[in-house]
Design a protein. Structure first.
Length: 287
């Protein structure tokens, strides 16, 4: 077992004990602690070396929620080039998507990539999907209409929610997206062995915070309101964003949604796979 895995287990044990101890006195306070933890990335990507291709970009920034969010722009020399936005997942960052950016630039797209709040080079300690969604909408407004988005995991949920409002976006590539927030919460509570009483208060806290029911945070629900062409790339062995959630969306048989399934790549290897990169670029490049 790697040192990183050992450290993750130690951290999980600490929070499991901490939250359940708080629950002994107050389930509501334990739920608040759990919610804060649910919104907090546990991997710090600030020390990742800047990839070579990022030195060719214009570094840009936006400010939201009192935090600076760092981004990069690769401007195409092609006249009337279309804008593509790259969206990373939870605990990730833009630096991990260099392969996509290289190919998109080669195809003549202008590419934008931003580290979400509390991720990568951006400021902050916590993030919600509503904040990520708001960032996407703001980028669309500030830097010109986005033609397409490529999104992994948590970024996929944020992108789908944003696309209910961004009617100018024509194409979306979802790679192992976080299809159902209820699934993410289930996994979180299972990992920490938290009680149903805490879950009840956690759900109430989330609903009050977002002013939305939990089933609002669903890619399947959002795509019912999206007219764009969507490509969903999913691994059947994904343990983080399971294929069973993707199957529910497949059953909707949405006319502009195409599924491509892989096996044995899991949740993170799938977006790093060369074939996935090529498939995504081909989808965006076809008129």
């Amino acid at each position: 077992m790697s040192l990183e895995k050992i450290m993750q287990k130690i951290v999980l044990k600490y929070y499991q004990l901490n939250i359940n101890t708080i629950a002994f006195f107050s389930d509501k306070k334990a739920a608040k602690k759990a919610f804060n933890l649910f919104c907090t990335p546990y991997i710090n990507n600030k020390t990742i070396a800047k990839p070579t291709f990022f030195y060719k970009a214009e570094q840009i920034a936006i400010e939201m929620y009192g935090k600076k969010m760092v981004g990069w722009k690769w401007k195409s020399e092609k006249e009337n080039a279309k804008n593509v936005l790259i969206l990373h997942g939870f605990n990730s960052c833009s630096f991990k998507f260099e392969a996509y950016i290289k190919e998109l630039v080669k195809e003549g797209f202008t590419v934008l990539a931003f580290d979400a709040i509390a991720h990568g080079q951006s400021e902050g300690k916590q993030i919600t999907v509503l904040q990520y969604k708001a960032m996407i909408c703001y980028i669309n407004e500030k830097f010109g209409n986005i033609y397409a988005m490529i999104a992994h995991s948590f970024g996929g949920l944020a992108a789908a929610l944003a696309m209910e409002e961004l009617t100018n976006v024509e194409k979306l590539v979802l790679i192992a997206p976080a299809a159902e927030t209820s699934t993410a919460i289930n996994n979180f509570f299972k990992q920490l062995h938290l009680t149903e009483k805490i879950r009840t208060d956690f759900n109430k806290l989330l609903i009050n915070f977002a002013n939305k029911p939990i089933d609002y945070f669903s890619i399947g629900r959002a795509l019912l309101n999206v007219e764009a062409n969507v490509l969903w790339i999913q691994d059947t062995d994904d343990l983080i964003c399971p294929y069973t959630d993707a199957q529910k969306v497949q059953q909707l048989q949405l006319p502009k949604l195409k599924f491509i399934l892989t096996k044995g790549l899991g949740h993170n290897r799938i977006y790093r796979e060369k074939s996935t990169v090529n498939t995504a670029i081909d989808f965006l490049s076809i008129p």
